[in-house]
Ligand binder design. Structure first.
Ligand code: CU
Length: 157
């Protein structure tokens, strides 16, 4: 009973004091989160419509991270790259993902729920969806997204 109470306080402490407004717990903490517990918020670095739920982080530090992204139907992320390796697991729906300097649907592979994609650092890639899709991404931060064509960056609009 006591340990459950301690765990609850650790989660509350992690959310309120350590991890910022939407990180469940800082890396190194014991984390158990159900899908219903996830807090979905907007993602300024992605085209409008996507939501992010951070499970482990913070994303901007050199620590392990885990987060989910929820994309609406008919969503596109233009060609971009990350400084660190990106592991993508499809939770529900389907992402269509490809490698290259410009989004080209003919070069994408459909990855339905249960699929895994591993994008190497500084490899240009892109994706689109036909239906609402949730993916989980994990790796070691800091997690940064850089668009091949900087005009695609929603933070610059
Ligand atoms: Cu990516």
């Amino acid at each position: 009973m006591n340990s459950l109470k301690d765990f609850a306080w650790a989660v509350i402490f992690g959310v309120v004091c350590v991890g910022g407004p939407y990180v469940w717990a800082q890396t190194g903490a014991h984390i158990m989160v159900t899908a219903a517990d996830l807090k979905w918020v907007d993602v300024p670095s992605l085209p409008p419509g996507a939501k992010i739920a951070v499970v482990e982080g913070p994303l901007n530090e050199a620590v392990p991270f885990t987060f989910r992204l929820r994309f609406p139907a008919d969503y596109k992320i233009p060609a971009h790259w990350h400084p660190a390796i990106e592991h993508v697991t499809v939770i529900s729906g389907t992402i269509n993902m490809g490698v290259g300097d410009k989004l080209d649907a003919a070069k994408t592979k459909p990855l339905p729920a249960g699929s895994v994609a591993i994008m190497q650092p500084k490899t240009n890639h892109f994706l689109w969806t036909k239906e609402e899709t949730i993916v989980q991404i994990h790796g070691v931060g800091p997690w940064v997204i850089t668009y091949v064509n900087s005009a695609d960056d929603p933070r610059k609009k």
